[in-house]
Design a protein around this ligand. Structure first.
Ligand code: ATP
Length: 446
C-alpha cells in the first residue's frame, strides 16, 4: 500500500486532473471560492448522472414496491421541529481562544489544544447544522425556514399522499435523489465533507415485526448497488454503530465505510428509524399517519428502514480507486479505471488522420451511429493518435476506435473494420463496424 504522503500527493494530483479535464471545479472559483461547495463540470455531471441513473433504475424503476419522489427543499419549519432537527441536529463545536479557528470536537484527538496554532481550545458547545433562511418579505421570527439537512423529511410528510394515491401494500418504499444542506463546522477532503450535498435516500415502510429481515435485505441491496457501479468491495467495510454514536432517530445503524486516501470514512448509512418519524410528524401536524392492513384488519404506524447514499462520497470513492499510474509502451501514464457502466465517455472515435476527408467522413459516420446508441461518445481528431489515447485514458474512456485506410478498403480483408484499443491494457484488436455496438456494450475486462 502506498505511503500516506504518496496518497495525499495522489489526491492532490487527482483533484488537479478533475479540474483540468472538466469534472469538478471549486465553487465560485473566480471569487476565491466558497468553502464546502463544488461545481460539477461537463464530465463530472455525466459521471454523477450515470451513478444516479443506476441507483434510480435499481431501486425505483425495477421494483414494484418502490415509488419515486421529488419533494421541496424548503419545508414548513414545523416539520423540522417535529423530526427533532431544530433541537438536536448538531455537532460538538470548539473554538481556539487564540486563532479563533473552529473544529468539530469529535474529530480532535486532543480536545484541549488547537491543532493549527497550539492555542487553548474553549469549551465545547452544540452547533446546529441546519442552514436558516427567511421566507417572504417579513424578516421576523415567524418567517424563519430551513434548507433540508437530509432528503428524508420530504418523504415522511408525503407518506399519506402516496398511500392515498397508490394504495401500496406494506412493505413499500419511497426513493428520492436531491440536495441537502449542512452547515458543516469544517468542510474538508474535497467533495467528501461539503455544505451543499446530494443524497440518494430510501424510506422503506415495514410492519414493526418485520424490520430485521428488511434491514438485512437492504444491506444486501446496498452491496449490489456498489457492485453495479464498480466499487471495489475490498475497500468497503461495514461498521455497526454503537448506542452513543447513533443519530437521535435510529435504533440500529450500519455505516458502510470506504478506504479513502485520507482514511477509512463513512460512505453510506443504513438505519432502522423505527416509527420515530411517522409518529413525530403525526403528532406535529395533527394528521394521522398510520396504515390499515385490509387483510389482517390491523391499523399500525409502519416502521422505517433507511438506506442513505451520498452522491459526492460515491463519486470520490470511485475516482480515488480509479486513479492509476502505470507504464505503457515505456512511458508513464495516468488513467482513470472507471467501469464502462459509469465512465463519462463510453467510447471515443478517431479518424487516423485529420486531413483526409474520406477518413474523417467515415469516422463521423461511425461516431454518429455509436452516439445514437449510447449517447456518451466522443469524437477527436486533434494531435497524433498516441496523444488522443492519453487524453481519453485520463478521463477513463474504456475504448477508443480508430478509422484508418484499411477501414476504407485499402486492404480488402479489413474493409469496414476498425481498430479498438483498450484503456487498461493498451491492447488493440480489429473489430467489424457492424459488431461495434455489441462490442462496446460489454463491460470492459478490469
Ligand atoms: P458524518 O458522520 O460523516 O458527518 P453522517 O453520519 O452525519 O455523516 P448521515 O446523516 O448518515 O451522515 O447522512 C447520510 C449520507 O449522506 C452519508 O452516509 C454521506 O454519504 C452523506 N453525507 C452526509 N453529510 C455529508 C457531507 N457533509 N458531505 C457529503 N456527504 C455527506
Amino acid at each position: 500500500m502506498a505511503h500516506t504522503s504518496d496518497r495525499s500527493r495522489d489526491m492532490e494530483e487527482l483533484i488537479a486532473l478533475l479540474k483540468r479535464r472538466g469534472f469538478i471545479y471549486q465553487g465560485s472559483e473566480i471569487y476565491g471560492g466558497l468553502a464546502g461547495t463544488w461545481d460539477y463540470g461537463p464530465l463530472g455531471v455525466t459521471l454523477k448522472k450515470r451513478v444516479e441513473g443506476i441507483w434510480w433504475k435499481m431501486f425505483v424503476d425495477d421494483r414494484e414496491d418502490m415509488y419515486g419522489m421529488d419533494a421541496a427543499i424548503i419545508m414548513n419549519p414545523r416539520a423540522w421541529e417535529a423530526s427533532g432537527h431544530v433541537g438536536g441536529f448538531s455537532d460538538p463545536l470548539v473554538e481556539c481562544t487564540k486563532c479563533k479557528r473552529r473544529f468539530r470536537a469529535d474529530h480532535l484527538a486532543d480536545k484541549t489544544k488547537c491543532p493549527e496554532c497550539g492555542g487553548a481550545l474553549g469549551s465545547e458547545r452544540q452547533f446546529n447544522m441546519m442552514f436558516k433562511t427567511q421566507i417572504g418579505a417579513m424578516e421576523d421570527a415567524g418567517s424563519v425556514a430551513y434548507l433540508r439537512p437530509e432528503t428524508a423529511g420530504g418523504m415522511f410528510v408525503n407518506f399519506k399522499n402516496v398511500v392515498d394515491s397508490f394504495h401500496p401494500k406494506i412493505p413499500f418504499g419511497l426513493g428520492q435523489i436531491g440536495k441537502a444542506f449542512r452547515n458543516e463546522i469544517a468542510p474538508r477532503d474535497f467533495i467528501f465533507r461539503v455544505r451543499e450535498l446530494e443524497q440518494m435516500e430510501i424510506e422503506y415502510f415495514v410492519h414493526p415485526s418485520r424490520w430485521e429481515e428488511s434491514f438485512e435485505a437492504w444491506r444486501k441491496a446496498m452491496w449490489e448497488f456498489m457492485r453495479a457501479i464498480g466499487l471495489d468491495e475490498a475497500r468497503v467495510h461495514e461498521l455497526e454503530v454503537g448506542d452513543q454514536d447513533r443519530a437521535h432517530y435510529s435504533q440500529r445503524t450500519i455505516d458502510f465505510e470506504f478506504d479513502y486516501p485520507f482514511g477509512r470514512k463513512e460512505l453510506y448509512g443504513l438505519a432502522y428509524r423505527t416509527d420515530f418519524d411517522l409518529s413525530a410528524h403525526s403528532k406535529g401536524s395533527g394528521v394521522e399517519l398510520s396504515y390499515f392492513d385490509e387483510a389482517t384488519k390491523e391499523r399500525y404506524v409502519p416502521h422505517v428502514i433507511e438506506p442513505s447514499f451520498g452522491v459526492g462520497r460515491t463519486l470520490l470513492a470511485l475516482l480515488t480507486q480509479a486513479y492509476t499510474k502505470d507504464q505503457l509502451g515505456g512511458e508513464e501514464r495516468i488513467y482513470l479505471r472507471l467501469s464502462s457502466a459509469i465512465a463519462p465517455i463510453r467510447v471515443a472515435v478517431f479518424p487516423l488522420l485529420k486531413n483526409k476527408p474520406e477518413l474523417v467522413a467515415k469516422a463521423r459516420e461511425v461516431y454518429m451511429a455509436l452516439r445514437t446508441h449510447f449517447g456518451n461518445v466522443a469524437f477527436d481528431d486533434n494531435g497524433n493518435i498516441g496523444k488522443r489515447y492519453r487524453r481519453q485514458d485520463e478521463i477513463g474512456t474504456p475504448w477508443c476506435v480508430t478509422i484508418d485506410f484499411d477501414t476504407l478498403g485499402e486492404n480488402p480483408k479489413e474493409k469496414d473494420t476498425v481498430t479498438v484499443r483498450h484503456r487498461d491494457t493498451g491492447a488493440q484488436e480489429r473489430v467489424a463496424i457492424v459488431d461495434l455496438v455489441r462490442y462496446v456494450g460489454e463491460t470492459p475486462r478490469a
